[in-house]
Design a protein around this ligand. Structure first.
Ligand SMILES: Nc1ncnc2c1ncn2[C@@H]1O[C@H](COP(=O)(O)OP(=O)(O)OP(=O)(O)O)[C@@H](O)[C@H]1O
Ligand SMILES: [Mg+2]
Length: 313
C-alpha cells in the first residue's frame, strides 16, 4: 500500500508581504508599510503545506535554494510533516515581494530556483509511489515544461490519478505543451480567466464544456462566487463561504488542497467542491497562503462554524 496519498512536483519560495502602503507609490521616498509578513509562498509549496495540514500524506519534490530563505521555506513544510525525501538542492532562492495597496497589489518575483527544477532532478519511482500526482504553476517550470507531458504520461501508466492547476501563463500564450499534457490529466483546476484563456472561450460555461471534452473532471474557481465543476456531463456549482478577507493570496491553492484532500478520501464531487470553497475561504482569513493553516485549533473552529460536515483528518 502507498505511504503517500499525493506527490507534488513544483516550486518553493518565500513571500514577503508589506501591507498598508500608499496607493500611489512615489519613487525616491521612504514609504512606510503598516504590516509585514514573511511566509511560505509559491502555489506548489502552499498546496503541499495545506494538504498536509488537512491530514493528507504529502510528498513534495522541488529544487530549494541553498540559502537561509530556502532553509526557512523547508522548515515550514517540515513542521506540517510533508515528506521531503525527494528534494533537490539549488543555489539561490527565488522570492516574491507582494505589495497590497488599496484594491490593487504589486507582485514582484525573482525566480531563482523556482524555474530550475529539471526532469533529471525527479525521482520517478518516488513520485510513482504515491496514489496521486499533482503539478501547479506549470508555466513557471521553465526547465521542466518540455518534459511535463512525459511526466504525466508516466504517472498515469504507473496507475496514479493526476491533477493540474496551471495558474497564469506569464507569456499569455497558453499553447506550448498544454495540449499534450491534458490527455493525461484527470482533474483540471483553473480559475475563470485561466479556463477561458486555455480554451479560447469568451465565457466560463463555454470554457467548461470545451475543457470537459479533454479532461474528465474540470473545476473552475471563481473567487467570492465560489466554484463550478463538470464531470461526465453533469455540472455542479457551490457557493463561496462568506468571510472577512485579510488577503486572497493562495486562496486558489488552498481550494485545491481542500478539493484534493476530499478526492483522495473518495468523496463525491459536491463534497470536494464544498470543501475546496471552505479551505479557499479559510486561507483568506490569514496572511499569505499558509498562515491560517498553521493554527490547527483555529482551522477546526472555522470548519465547525461553517458546518463542513467533514472534519480535517
Ligand atoms: N472573497 C472570498 N470570499 C470567500 N471565498 C473566497 C474569496 N476569494 C476566494 N475564495 C475561495 O477561494 C477559491 C479560489 O479563489 P480564486 O478564484 O481567487 O482562485 P485563484 O485565482 O486560482 O487564486 P490564486 O491567486 O491563489 O491562484 C474560490 O473558489 C473560493 O472558494
Ligand atoms: Mg490559481
Amino acid at each position: 500500500m502507498s505511504t503517500l496519498d499525493i506527490a507534488i512536483a513544483g516550486e518553493i519560495n518565500l513571500d514577503l508581504i508589506l501591507y498598508g502602503l500608499p496607493e500611489q507609490m512615489a519613487t525616491e521616498r521612504e514609504l512606510l508599510a503598516s504590516g509585514f509578513t514573511i511566509t511560505l509562498g509559491s502555489s506548489s509549496a502552499i498546496l503541499a503545506h495545506n494538504l498536509a495540514a488537512l491530514g493528507s500524506r504529502v510528498g513534495f519534490v522541488t529544487k530549494v535554494g541553498g540559502d537561509s530563505f530556502g532553509t526557512l521555506a523547508m522548515e515550514r513544510l517540515r513542521e506540517r510533516g510533508v515528506d521531503l525525501a525527494g528534494v533537490a538542492r539549488g543555489a539561490k532562492s527565488g522570492v516574491t515581494l507582494i505589495l497590497p495597496h488599496g484594491p490593487q497589489r504589486h507582485i514582484l518575483t525573482y525566480p531563482g530556483t523556482i524555474s530550475e527544477l529539471r526532469f533529471e532532478d525527479l525521482d520517478l519511482d518516488y513520485l510513482a509511489s504515491a496514489r496521486h500526482f499533482h503539478m501547479s504553476s506549470l508555466f513557471l517550470q521553465r526547465e521542466l515544461l518540455p518534459h511535463v507531458p512525459e511526466l504525466f504520461r508516466r504517472m498515469k501508466s504507473a496507475g496514479l490519478t493526476t491533477s493540474l492547476d496551471t495558474n497564469d501563463d506569464p507569456d499569455d500564450r497558453w499553447d506550448s505543451v498544454l495540449g499534450e499534457i491534458l490527455p493525461h490529466v484527470d482533474i483540471l483546476l483553473p480559475n475563470e480567466r485561466e479556463a477561458m484563456k486555455m480554451s479560447g472561450a469568451d465565457d466560463v460555461e463555454t470554457a467548461l464544456s470545451r475543457l470537459a471534452q479533454k479532461v474528465g473532471t474540470v473545476v473552475v474557481k471563481m473567487g467570492a462566487s465560489g466554484a463550478v465543476a463538470i464531470r461526465d456531463g453533469h455540472r455542479f456549482s457551490a457557493p463561496a463561504v462568506p468571510v472577512t478577507v485579510i488577503d486572497p493570496i493562495g486562496a486558489g491553492d488552498s481550494f485545491d488542497a481542500g478539493f484534493l484532500h476530499q478526492f483522495l478520501r473518495g468523496a463525491d464531487l459536491a463534497t470536494c467542491l464544498a470543501y475546496g470553497n471552505l479551505c479557499g475561504a479559510f486561507s483568506t482569513t490569514g496572511c499569505g497562503g499558509t498562515e491560517a493553516f498553521r493554527d490547527a485549533a483555529r482551522m477546526q473552529e472555522f470548519f465547525r462554524r461553517h458546518h463542513a460536515g467533514n472534519q480535517a483528518g
